[in-house]
Design a protein around this ligand. Structure first.
Ligand code: MG
Length: 252
């Protein structure tokens, strides 16, 4: 029965496929008429975790020389551990793709927002939360991978304390008018340990602990910060790529 059904399905699919092919052969190819520049070659890393050739490597295990206050953090065995203060990149970024690996402390201490807290502050203003979110109740829009006080992650893809985790973040910087009002909000797509947790999320403004999100006009590019929240969260393999849309033109 199953075999016969499979055969009939295959035969039907083949007939449809043949029909489409025969139809396509008679068609004139559609062309948009837009002249695009050729996409430039970017050599990817050997794995998706490795920086592509055009990435700015912000931490490769050796030093935090690309960061202000980098001296405040401890570097040992290729790993940087948060201490004393937050750190901020010397370079500014706008639209970007960020890869970052982190581990909350293996020794579980504190609770809620006091356990394994750090954070990725894109443009120094928009926080993707880092927290130990394994058996650690807190407000959902403040758990690991939340856009802080704006949206919980769609799912909790956290690994255990002490285990390495990844964020791959795509960020579109907001745009502002002359009058200071936002004309295009910021968007963030966040993939946590290979699992999408925010899909093109529209940010409501900067992320704050003590007030609602709000946009305040700022430069097109700003430095990236990593938070120190009193917990020795570990980091490794941090890289970032700026990107911009490839714009084509229709000849007059
Ligand atoms: Mg935080």
């Amino acid at each position: 029965m199953l075999t016969q059904r499979t055969f009939l399905f295959t035969a039907a699919a083949a007939a449809v496929g043949f029909g489409i092919n025969a139809y396509a052969a008679r068609q004139i190819e559609y062309k948009s008429g837009i002249v695009f520049p050729e996409p430039k070659m970017v050599a990817p890393g050997k794995t998706d975790a490795e920086p592509p050739a055009d990435a700015t490597v912000l931490f490769d295990g050796k030093d935090l020389s690309k960061w202000n206050n980098g001296d405040n953090w401890e570097i040992k065995d290729g790993v940087a551990t948060a201490k004393k203060s937050g750190i901020t990149t010397k370079e500014a970024f706008g639209d970007c793709q960020l890869h970052i690996e982190f581990a909350t402390p293996e020794k579980v201490e504190g609770k809620g927002q006091g356990r394994g807290n750090s954070g990725v502050y894109i443009m120094g203003k928009y926080e993707v939360q880092i927290l130990d979110s394994i058996d650690n109740p807190t407000y959902f829009d403040g758990q690991c991978a939340s856009i802080y006080k704006q949206s919980p992650p769609m799912v909790n893809a956290s690994r255990k304390p002490g285990e390495w985790q990844t964020y791959d973040i795509l960020f579109t910087a907001p745009k502002f008018g002359e009058d200071g009002k936002v004309t295009k909000p910021a968007y963030a797509t966040v993939i946590h340990n290979g699992v999408v947790v925010h899909n093109h999320f529209e940010l409501l403004g900067g992320t704050f602990y003590d007030r609602p999100p709000v946009y305040q006009k700022h430069a097109e590019k700003l430095p990236l910060s990593l938070q120190y929240h009193g917990n020795p969260v570990k980091f490794r393999n941090i890289w970032i790529r700026s990107f911009e849309p490839l714009v084509g033109k229709k000849p007059e």
